[in-house]
Write a protein that binds this ligand. Structure first.
Ligand code: AQP
Length: 335
């Protein structure tokens, strides 16, 4: 069976973008692939995290995966730091990847901003760790958002170079799985920047822990423009906020944006926002209720993660042993 690896960083409260762009799609993959879903805490610490908050966020992300419908028996749900092979293989990949490759990564430039001298080395080498995450399990497919496509290309280059350097056909060349609807949910305050956990404005995102009132308020306050709603996606040019809100409606109701335009074209934003808020509350409510129930039972969530860690290690350890042999690390035999 083909194997999928995918992860979410425990860097804050999950939002609608993480749900529609990632977790909801993962639920749909679990029947067709062998899946590892990872809370990528090693990635999270590329930017400083409060230790207690990081632990709480790790449980929060695991709870979101479970609440969304990922079956922990069928799939492996675990946190990255507890499988040492991720960091070990990332080191080997630090020695395979070229500086020039990493210098081209646009996400580092965006996240480091103007002060890149002050960014952590980990943030710079982040794509090498992502390659290790996938290849430690010889993953064949990775569901990625638009923003991760470049990193996945790098994982393919690393696998190829490792195979060439050592004259082996060891690592698979990973294929992306890109989902159509809502691959990129944008900020409610600015339709040109992505909805993000680290955006300082709470009003920019719908958090998976927001209650119905908070969801309705954020949608009501979402930035719009003065014109009536477009009757076709062709009219989305220069109207990023309308495109984003109508795209959200389409993703939440599992229909095409064209249909949303047909239904609401010509209406006032206020009417549409009310319908969008009602829909968001209806669709997110059951997942949020289940998340709250799970968050009140941390022992259960920890049990799921511990089981996942053991199963992930069982796959990773033989792969790492083979990589050691390929690279030439001596395993001394004691008496
Ligand atoms: N706005 C988004 N629209 C669609 N998909 C999104 N994802 C993130 N934001 C959006 C997808 O969610 C998965 C997990 O993302 P992540 O937590 O590993 O990192 P990220 O992409 O950096 O997410 P954030 O929310 O923007 O976090 P911060 O602010 O900490 O950097 C990925 O599949 C991602 O594509």
């Amino acid at each position: 069976m083909e194997r999928i690896f995918s992860g979410v960083q425990p860097t804050g409260s999950l939002h609608l973008g993480n749900y529609l762009g990632a977790i909801r799609n993962w639920v749909r993959l679990q029947d067709d692939y062998e899946c590892l879903f990872c809370v990528v805490d090693l990635h999270a610490v590329t930017v400083w995290q409060d230790p207690d908050v990081l632990k709480a966020n790790t449980r929060h992300v695991a709870a979101a995966m479970l609440a969304a419908g990922i079956d922990p028996k069928k799939n492996i749900i675990f946190n990255q730091s507890q499988v040492p092979g991720h960091a070990e293989l990332a080191w080997i990949f630090n020695c395979v990847a070229r500086l020039g490759w990493l210098n081209r990564m646009t996400q580092f430039k965006e996240k480091a901003g103007k002060n890149k001298e002050n960014a952590s080395v980990g943030l710079y080498a982040y794509p090498n760790l992502m390659a290790a995450d996938i290849l430690l399990y010889k993953g064949t497919h990775v569901p990625v958002g638009e923003d991760q496509k470049q990193h996945l290309e790098l994982a393919r280059d690393i696998a190829q170079k490792f195979n060439n350097d050592f004259g082996v056909e060891y690592f698979p060349i990973v294929e992306p799985l890109i989902f159509g609807a809502a691959t990129r949910v944008m900020s409610l305050r600015d339709g040109t920047s992505k909805m993000s956990k680290s955006d300082p404005s709470e009003l920019s995102r719908i958090s998976m822990t927001d209650d119905a009132d908070a969801i309705a308020k954020k949608i009501r306050k979402a930035k719009t423009d003065p014109a009536a709603l477009p009757a076709s996606p062709k009219e989305f040019d220069d109207r990023p906020e309308a495109a984003n809100l109508m795209g959200l409606y389409a993703a939440l109701s599992d229909c095409e944006v064209e249909d949303v335009c047909k239904q609401f074209g010509g209406s006032e934003f206020s009417t549409f926002k009310q319908a969008l808020a009602d829909l968001a509350v209806e669709k997110l409510g059951p997942v949020q209720d289940e998340m709250r129930r799970l968050m009140a039972d941390p022992a259960h969530v920890d049990g799921v993660l511990a089981d996942g860690v053991a199963r992930a290690r069982a796959i990773a350890e033989p792969v790492l042993a083979e990589v050691h042999d390929i690279v030439g690390f001596l395993r001394p035999q004691g008496k």
